[in-house]
Design a protein around this ligand. Structure first.
Ligand code: MN
Ligand code: MN
Length: 401
């Protein structure tokens, strides 16, 4: 670990509060604001846009959008808000939804073209899905659990007691809209009653009370039946699905852990049904940094769960930009662009890295540089051999201050 500290000292520049490396230092008035901040709250939340590091340069596509700016669609039983490529144009591969369901609140039975990955942020829910073989799946999920529903498979989510839940949904299509999914009651409302009666093999009179349109999110009774009873009732005379659509993410030991933080990587190698989305859940302790790296196989969509951080993306051609992030923000990094994320707060920074891929892949700058002919690296960066040897030889994911 001693050599790790030496090696990373070279790449971690300034402490978060320090003005070192900023464009305005001392008596230089070049970056000052004679009429004061135009929006004091936004300035305070975005110090790296107001006063960028001197290494930032050029016009880099914005890569941040806060869920706080998204329209909240409130229904009886909960709400939803989304950040898609319409809000954040760079985010072409992934769209995200933040949803709340009250106890008993139901996200209507539905399905869609996009694959759905989700992390439960608070509370608990009962979810259902039908597998590709027609076998039912029913399970309860709590904070720290995630699920994946593949393209086209019908599913539902219902908040449980005491206070329902709040969760994040991630779709493998930036153009996805949560308000344009195939909904059960929307379909039945747009089917002639005689056809519906014939198809279901029941009388038209028995169908007189079906809803006139979509339910989307609606308030219902909290399930009075246990998970076991619901599973038995759903299975009837066939067996339950042998697929597991749920993964207990926070019960898994960290994939990587250092004194500066930890990361849990979940892709189809550990969570078989998640064939369309790979993810990393990253915790960076105060002063720590998600190391300099890039992803060769996919764009990265981020959700900031808690804490404060800043991310710098190097966009090639002499362009780089730093943006600040906090709880509820979405971030995005295009495939192959190098980046790093510093914890700029006094508490843990927790965020998700999400990829439209069945496998998680990254390249660590440290690991790459230490696995090349040393003279080749020295010729590029003018490093002496002792410095080169001090660089950590293995990817750490999160490096110390
Ligand atoms: Mn869905
Ligand atoms: Mn990354």
């Amino acid at each position: 670990m001693g050599s790790a500290v030496l090696g990373t000292a070279a790449v971690v520049t300034a402490s978060p509060e320090s003005q070192q490396g900023r464009q305005t230092v001392g008596h230089d008035r070049s970056g000052s604001n004679p009429i004061g901040p135009d929006d004091p709250v936004l300035h305070a939340e975005n110090p790296d846009s107001v006063n960028p590091p001197s290494t930032d340069r050029g016009d880099v596509n914005p890569f941040k959008y806060p869920f706080s700016l998204a329209h909240k669609r409130i229904e009886k039983g909960g709400w939803a808000r989304q950040v898609t490529a319409r809000d954040l144009p760079v985010s072409t591969t992934i769209a995200g939804v933040n949803m709340r369901l009250t106890a008993g609140g139901i996200r209507e039975l539905h399905w869609h073209r996009a694959g759905e990955w989700s992390l439960m942020l608070d509370g608990s829910a009962r979810i259902t899905c039908l597998d590709p073989h027609g076998k039912p799946f029913v399970d309860d999920v709590k904070e720290g659990d995630l699920w994946f529903f593949p393209t086209g498979l019908p599913h539902s989510i219902q908040g449980l007691e005491p206070d329902g839940c709040e969760f994040l949904l991630v779709f493998d299509d930036g153009a996805f809209s949560e308000y344009d999914t195939v909904l059960l009651a929307d379909w039945t409302a747009h089917t002639p009653p005689s056809v519906l009666a014939r198809n279901l093999g029941v009388s038209g009179a028995a169908l007189s009370r079906i809803p006139p349109g979509e339910l989307y999110i609606f308030q219902a009774e909290v399930p009075k039946t246990s998970l076991d009873q619901d599973r038995k009732a759903a299975a009837g005379t066939i067996s339950l699905s042998s697929e597991n659509f749920v993964f207990r993410l926070m019960e898994m030991p960290p994939t990587r852990k250092t004194k500066a933080g930890e990361a849990r990587i979940v892709d189809s190698s550990v969570f078989k049904v998640s064939s369309q989305i790979a993810a990393a859940h990253v915790i960076v302790h105060p002063g720590g940094m998600r190391e300099m790296h890039w992803h060769p196989n996919a764009d990265e969509w981020q959700y900031y769960v808690t804490g404060k951080g800043r991310m710098t993306v190097f966009a090639s051609g002499g362009k780089a930009r730093t943006m600040d992030f906090q709880k509820g923000d979405v971030g995005y990094v295009q495939q192959t662009l190098p980046h790093y994320i510093e914890n700029t707060g006094n508490e843990d920074l927790i965020f998700l890295e999400i990829f439209k891929s069945s496998t998680y892949q990254d390249v660590s700058l440290n690991e790459w540089l230490t696995h090349l002919p040393p003279a080749l690296v020295q010729a590029h960066l003018n490093l002496d051999i002792a410095t080169l040897r001090a660089i950590p030889h293995a990817e750490e994911v999160v490096v110390p201050a």
